[in-house]
Write a protein that binds this ligand. Structure first.
Ligand SMILES: C[S@@+](CC[C@H](N)C(=O)[O-])C[C@H]1O[C@@H](n2cnc3c(N)ncnc32)[C@H](O)[C@@H]1O
Length: 445
């Protein structure tokens, strides 16, 4: 029986301090990242080119590591940097002070005609009464601490606001997609302000837990050249999967309320830049997309052709979608090399997919690109089953850059002052034997 292992998903993170602040369904689990990090040398500079909610950065910082993260979504860059901030005692006192003033100001505000975000069909998300309170709370936050982009560490209160807005919406995040209850529920002003206060208090408490390491998130398209040269010892990351899931779908309420999106079309524009994005204009642009560079994944054409030949309504479009996804991935793996130290180890958590019954063997295609781009010791192992119905799995595809892993290990142990190794966790061995079993179950195309 192949397990879905919810402990290897975002679900595991919900009660873990900073990790539980805001949900992103495709976020990976703290446990999974921790296991990879625990097998790294003690002095390691870690890179995550697809930061998302900065899980890699926070787990690395909790273990005393330095990390650099990139994401294409400005909201996630902003959010990741708040998650990675170390708050002083004075900072938390200032936050508590600001919290008190925001709640007082929101309680006093009676204005019912305040600014609302241009989120499409906003009335499906919140009742009129709830919207008025959210708008009043938002206006108070702007007055007391400024807009999210200008509020510095006080932005933690904006995260509490985003959490309250989501929790009081009619949206259900059952799966990776968002569905809506038939009717929006009305929440009283008192209920919303109380929830805001208690989230903010809890977030301030978790943000004061010191992070011994350091991490920073930058805005960057990871399918374009990196400016960092030979800096990183390891990549731990989870890029988008070729499954047509757009992060915008889940993040857009927070992004609109917090001013990271203004007009509806901006969401599609942003998603077009993202690997595997399909939101709004990002899907129609596919029809005119053509590659601008060579792709080193030669078996890609066969898969793309198979999808196209199914003759289904959207087979042509989806074949281009898969093609573009892997062209972007290959470009990423080509670009990332200059940022890596020789011998650096890379770990990509990725998922396979199917289109009209055609299996897209993501780990195989990543492996082909990695080998062509100068990586060695390329291998993949199954992490978990993703979905109860389909043959969808999550894998960890790993490799070393330039030099063989063994040489890297030898070099490290020749210089014991530079690197020392942590013992491999017993659980990791268990995980590996389980993975070998799961590997045998891997579907063939
Ligand atoms: C699967 S999520 C990462 C989740 C993350 N591991 C976490 O735990 O939250 C993939 C991320 O890649 C980002 N992304 C997509 N295309 C990108 C690109 N071209 N450059 C940088 N980031 C990109 C998305 O915005 C998204 O946050």
């Amino acid at each position: 029986m192949i397990s879905q292992r919810s402990d290897y998903t975002f679900k595991y993170n919900r009660s873990l301090g900073r990790h539980g602040w805001l949900r992103l369904t495709p976020a990976y689990s703290v446990k999974l990242v921790g296991r990879i990090i625990d097998d790294l040398p003690d002095t390691c500079n870690i890179l995550d080119p697809f930061s998302g909610t900065a899980t890699t950065g926070v787990v690395a910082a909790e273990r005393g590591y330095k990390s650099t993260l990139f994401d294409i979504n400005p909201f996630l860059v902003w959010f990741g940097n708040i998650k990675l901030a170390n708050l002083s005692g004075d900072d938390s006192a200032a936050l508590r002070d600001a919290l008190r003033n925001v709640v007082l100001s929101a309680t006093d505000t009676q204005d019912e005609s305040l600014w609302l975000p241009s989120l499409k069909n906003i009335e499906r998300w919140w009742s009129r009464e709830t919207l008025i309170t959210l708008a009043q709370l938002r206006a108070s936050l702007v007055k007391i601490i400024d807009e999210p982009k200008n509020a510095g560490f006080l932005s933690l209160l904006w995260i509490a606001f985003a959490r309250v807005a989501i929790e009081h919406s009619a949206a259900a995040f059952n799966h990776v997609s968002v569905s809506f209850q038939d009717d929006t529920v009305s929440h009283s002003k008192q209920e919303i302000l109380l929830a805001f206060e208690s989230y903010a208090e809890a977030f301030i408490a978790s943000a004061t837990a010191p992070l011994p390491g350091k991490g920073i998130v930058h805005l960057h398209n990871s399918a374009s050249p990196f400016h960092e040269e030979s800096q990183f010892d390891a990549i731990i990351t989870s890029p988008p999967y070729p499954n047509r899931i757009s992060y915008i779908r889940e993040l857009r309420p927070s992004m609109f309320w917090l001013g990271f999106l203004g007009e509806a079309r901006e969401a599609g524009e942003l998603d077009w830049q993202a690997i595997g994005g399909t939101w709004g204009i990002a899907t129609s642009r596919l029809t005119t997309w053509s590659p601008t560079h060579e792709c080193a994944i030669h078996s890609l054409d066969t898969v793309v052709e198979k999808i196209k030949r199914t003759g289904e309504k959207n087979s042509e479009l989806l074949s281009i979608y898969v093609k573009k996804y892997f062209y972007d991935v290959d470009e990423h793996l080509r670009s990332i090399q200059s940022a890596l130290k020789p011998g650096a180890e890379v770990h990509y958590i990725i998922g396979n997919s199917t289109f009209y019954g055609v299996h897209v063997d993501t780990p195989d295609l990543y492996e082909e690109s990695l080998l062509a781009r100068g990586f060695k010791n390329v291998s993949s192992r199954v992490i978990r089953k993703r979905n109860s119905k389909k043959e969808l799995f999550e894998y960890c595809t790993s490799a070393t850059y330039g030099r063989a892993k063994r040489e890297y290990r030898q070099t490290a142990s020749e210089n014991p002052h530079e690197h020392s190794y942590k013992p491999r966790y017993e659980q990791l061995r268990l995980l590996e034997s389980e993975a070998k079993y799961l590997e045998k179950q891997r579907p063939t195309s």
